[in-house]
Design a protein around this ligand. Structure first.
Ligand code: ADP
Ligand code: MG
Length: 345
């Protein structure tokens, strides 16, 4: 465990400070650089940006990395970090008494409450007790596929009685969180990555495109005024191939899919996005990509649309001026209103 961590830190260091810069001329004598990090949100983060020098780009990418790392630690529900009160601490202590936390946690909780309301409770960060049962079964199943099992439905039903987000009392004056239900647990996995990405790039003033495990966001168009082109992963095809591409100036593209994280029980794949009604993996879609200006919203909405039919999804998109691409279980693609305007032909 310790060894793995060291390796990741080392890799991050090498990649950022010595390698991976790619130079191409662009409109305003700026050059194109890139960096990759392996230390954030348990996934690969890569970014491409235009700067006057490698030094300038390295300062910006390091700033983003450091900020994302702060968010990563604060929003982690599985690990503790010295000197930090994070989501794991909240889960362990907030039913005893209000827990004082960093305002970055308060802001995420308030945002998540909005998403809960707007998505008709489809995206609910208070599903933690239910999601933990799935998490344990998935981890065990991945470790030893021959004895993979499904979580017990009685346990899931019992856990689902403790998922009312209104019982998470957030005091944004005193920066405290309190659970009015002692069995309730938070899991911010559906929103945290996109939300942290948004916060980390909000004050970046160079043209930059960042992908945090496929959650993509950009600060503005490229220096020559042209848009970034972002591929939406082909769910059926080989790795790295794209069926659809979209154009992005300032905005975010986030995909939720059943092929990203799953395990297999009796030849059936069970993925990680859980329908709050059935307490089972959502069976509406193979994947849904959402494009909106804000990366936190894109993350929340992509999980939400993954767990609802197209009509309800379109209504939600209309509210937020978003567009989406749905991939059905048989691979058929459906475009939302306005998708063609952002599609790259
Ligand atoms: P990814 O993490 O692959 O980017 P999502 O953004 O869709 O995908 O988030 C999935 C994660 O969100 C799960 O791993 C789990 O932690 C959490 N989650 C699963 N189902 C729900 C749900 N209905 N509401 C809130 N969070 C969920
Ligand atoms: Mg999401």
């Amino acid at each position: 465990m310790k060894k793995g961590k060291c390796l990741i830190i080392l890799l991050t260091f090498i990649i950022v400070f010595t390698g991976c810069t790619k130079k191409e001329s662009s409109g305003k004598d700026l050059e194109r650089y890139s960096a990759t990090f392996l230390s954030l949100f348990d996934t690969v983060t890569s970014m491409v940006g235009y700067a006057e020098s490698e030094e300038e780009f390295n300062i910006v990418s390091k700033q983003i990395h450091d900020e994302m790392l702060t968010y990563h630690r604060l929003y982690d529900i599985y690990n503790s970090y010295d000197g930090i009160v994070n989501m794991k601490d909240i889960n362990e202590n907030a039913a005893k008494a209000p827990v004082k936390v960093d305002p970055k946690i308060i802001d995420l909780l308030l945002f998540s409450k909005e998403i809960y309301k707007e998505t008709n409770h489809r995206v609910n960060i208070a599903l933690g007790s239910v999601l933990l049962l799935w998490h344990e079964a998935r981890e065990d199943g991945l470790y030893d596929p021959s004895s993979a099992y499904l979580p017990d439905m009685d346990e899931l039903l019992e856990a689902s009685k403790h998922t009312d987000l209104d019982k998470v009392i957030v005091d944004d004056k005193n920066n405290t969180v309190y659970f009015a239900d002692p069995e309730l647990r938070l899991d911010v996995g559906a929103i945290a990555k996109g939300y942290a990405t948004q916060k980390a790039i909000e004050n970046v003033d160079i043209s930059l495109l960042i992908s945090v495990g496929g959650n993509v966001a950009s600060t503005k168009a490229k220096p020559d005024g042209s848009e970034w082109i972002v591929g939406l992963q082909d769910t059926e095809g080989v790795d790295g191939s794209y069926k659809q591409k979209v154009k992005l100036d300032k905005g975010a593209v986030v995909t939720s899919g059943d092929y990203q994280r799953y395990y297999v029980v009796d030849d059936v794949a069970y993925h990680h996005i859980i329908d709050p009604d059935t307490l089972m993996p959502g069976r509406y879609w193979r994947a849904v990509s959402v494009i909106v200006p804000d990366s936190g919203l894109a993350d929340g909405l992509s999980t939400a649309l993954f767990l609802m039919n197209m009509e309800d999804g379109q209504k939600l998109l209309d509210k937020f001026n978003g567009v989406a691409l749905w991939t059905a279980l048989d691979g058929t693609e459906y475009k939302s209103k306005g998708f063609d305007k952002v599609a790259k032909d």
